[in-house]
Design a protein around this ligand. Sequence first.
Ligand code: ASP
Length: 327
Amino acid sequence: MNPLFNLEELDRKTAVDTIGLTGKNILSVDQFDTELISKIFDRAREMRAMVNTVGGVDLLKGRVLAALFYEPSTRTSSSFIAAMERLGGSVIPITQGVKFSSVSKGETLADTVRTLEQYADAIVLRHPQVGAANLAGDYAHIPVLNAGDGAGEHPTQALLDLFTIREELGTLNGLKVAMIGDLKNGRTVHSLTKLLLHYNVSLRFVSPEILRMPLKIMNKVIDAGVNIRETHDVADVIENADVLYVTRVQKERFGDLAQYEEVKDHYVITSELIERAKEKMIIMHPLPRVGEIHYAVDNDPRAAYFRQVKNGMYIRMALLAAVLGEA
Ligand code: ASP
């Protein structure tokens, strides 16, 4: 029988770990500093060039990612799948609601993770509970990537958001970043705020009183000495913002739906409103939007949210290659 592979040749293949994330979990933005961020961005740019020229490579051939989503997702799940496939790997997609898996029979997260690691080389997890990714990371012997843990964090989104700002505006320093909407429950703004503290930025938080940024994050902002102002009114920030980061009111995090109804349409970005914004600025949104940005705004070159979506794939390609020892 012919051998399936040549062991000597495999032995010669030395592991590359220039980014330093091989075998690591991606659980929180707290684990990133500017040096690491810049290495990930360089790799994401290489991924972009590769996709634009050849579409895909075999870097992760034979590797398997388990995509375990206990909450709905369009962009995060499909970009992780696309990222894996463009790098030659494959995916076990448990993304259509864990209702079709043994989770619906009452299997715990710990057992699900310990099962999936028998088949896969990495796990990407979205879960409604804060800290779920950390728990999965404690049990798994393979890298766990946090794709959103309740109202906690969304580190890969924050990296793609930061990358978008850098690529669109050419810098991460000297910028005024305004975040609007549900700053209390929005995990993307929690993670992005923490990442931005590494740079010389001014922050503007715009929200209704009941959706203000949590104290824990506010304290980090204050400790970092970053220039910060909170307001309820988008008119206070529209003229000076370099980045307008709009978010959805997170209906699923409200215990009292009447309260959601009260605040859900608080901010709507219209073409008239952005007439007052800078000529060189960007409007971002992690999506999905449910009315916070009028469709007419999409035609404005400053509307960066679909370009932001695409950056998600490059960043996740860079991260997957890194944790799987190919970066
Ligand atoms: N897609 C983002 C998230 O999963 C934002 C949102 O759902 O509003 O956090």
